[in-house]
Design a protein. Structure first.
Length: 90
């Protein structure tokens, strides 16, 4: 089953290679979507793909790279849009 989730990750998540971490894992899992920094210091990501892979990516984001300190994750279920690739923004 295909699904799409948007997550907002807050804590010490910028300047610690969080976007790189997300990008590399998402590509390995065959996910589509994006990851970007927000103006308020969070990281926003959208994952589309097989449900088990999206769920795995959300789990990975709860920990993040070693240097990160994730305090909170907000998960928003969205309508599947059939993204074409996974990209890092800003």
């Amino acid at each position: 089953m295909l699904k799409r989730n948007k997550i907002i990750i807050s804590g010490e998540v910028q300047g610690v290679f969080f976007r790189k971490f997300v990008y590399e894992h998402a590509v390995k899992l065959g996910l589509k979507g994006y990851v970007k920094n927000t103006e308020v210091g969070d990281v926003e990501a959208v994952f589309e793909g097989e449900e088990k892979n999206v769920n795995e990516m959300v789990k990975l984001c709860k920990k993040g790279p070693r240097e990160a300190k994730v305090k909170n994750i907000t998960l928003i279920k969205e309508k599947f849009l059939d993204e074409k690739e996974f990209v890092r923004k800003n």
